[in-house]
Design a protein around this ligand. Structure first.
Ligand SMILES: [Zn+2]
Length: 341
């Protein structure tokens, strides 16, 4: 340890008491017999112990261990040049370090499912105008997807009383994409817990014959706020992807599994009514920086005469919900019962 470093360390330790229950990184490392490795160039750090290494970046709301586990709590933050560990995170790491959270015994679990019916309020989404028996009627995406979302919530709540089943909207309101992502990101998770993000939309096309349902990985705009940017400069962005490699791999695999599972569930329920357009592969590149497995379902085309009529039919919307529900249920079972994540 250089003299200068020791001096800085001393200053840091002295100032630690100013931040209430949060601890500075050095005192914290000491408490678990670890040492701090700080890379000031990239603005990232590690606390290395004989059992585990914890990787962190100030502002990123989780710590990734060298075993590939993510400890998601409050973010490590910088205060006056000092790296601070929030109390809840310190506790979670300490628990993990003691081994009371063992991968093989506790297992991974889905703690929350976030249902996001697209659009709403001032934003109707896609609109289909059709004629039936000489009468003109309109099908609005925002209305159909909200009904599917609410039916889905009812089913999930009764099956999973121990999971949080949340919705981005339950009425005709318009949360922005940013607000939707923030709502999901704010949900508190324990170690080895995850949240699923399921966005529900309906399609539109200028060609009335376009038809079918499809499942996407989550598009870019939903995930942007996950990398909480205020605290991260451009250097940190590179670094973030490095530290997150493990997380990203897991998330892309999980998102794909979830998408496949939901597609299969929907095929079983509505595959005879409308064609399945499959899973959209382009999304492989967008998994960077996701914090949770996430999919977007296009339940059908409001602009197609046959589907427009179906999407205005509450019994059919229930069938769609049944399909999504079965897909989620299969995914949850696999996720929580496979030895691997
Ligand atoms: Zn939409």
């Amino acid at each position: 340890m250089t003299k200068r470093f020791a001096f800085v360390l001393l200053l840091l330790l002295l100032s630690a008491s100013l931040f209430g229950a949060d601890t500075d990184i050095f005192s914290f490392a000491n408490s678990i017999s670890g040492k701090v490795i700080w890379d000031s160039r990239t603005g990232s750090g590690q606390v290395a112990t004989s059992r585990y290494v914890y990787n962190f970046i100030p502002g990123i709301p989780w710590v990734v261990t060298d075993k590939g586990d993510k400890i998601g709590q409050d973010a490590v933050y910088l205060k006056d040049g000092m790296v601070m560990i929030p109390e809840a995170l310190a506790k979670a790491i300490t628990t993990y370090q003691r081994g009371s959270v063992k991968k093989d015994t506790s297992g991974h679990r889905v703690a929350a499912i976030f249902i996001d019916p697209g659009h709403g309020g001032k934003d109707p989404g896609a609109i289909g105008t059709h004629k039936k028996n000489g009468r003109t009627f309109k099908v609005m995406e925002k209305t159909a997807v909200l009904e599917v979302g609410k039916k889905l919530r009812t089913q999930l709540v009764s099956t999973y009383p121990d999971k949080k089943i949340l919705m981005s909207r339950t009425g005709d309101t318009y949360p922005t994409l940013d607000e939707r992502a923030k709502m999901a990101n704010r949900v508190k998770l324990g170690p080895n817990e995850t949240i699923l993000f399921v966005s529900i939309h309906a399609n539109a096309s200028l060609k009335p014959q376009a038809n079918g349902f499809e499942v996407w990985y989550l598009p870019q705009e939903y995930r942007r706020t996950v990398v909480d940017s205020q605290s991260i400069g451009s250097t940190n962005k590179n670094l973030l992807s490095a530290v997150n490699t493990i997380t990203e791999e897991e998330l892309s695999i999980e998102s794909e599994l979830l998408a496949k599972s939901v597609m299969t569930g929907m095929k079983d329920k509505i595959g005879k009514d409308i064609p399945c357009r499959g899973i959209k592969q382009e999304s492989w590149f967008v998994v960077r920086n996701t914090k949770m497995p996430a999919i977007l379902i296009e339940i059908g085309f409001v602009t197609n005469p046959k589907e427009g009529e179906l999407l205005a039919n509450t019994n059919y919307l229930q069938k769609i919900s049944d399909g999504i529900y079965n897909g989620i249920k299969d995914f949850v079972y696999t996720f929580e019962h496979s030895g691997k994540k």
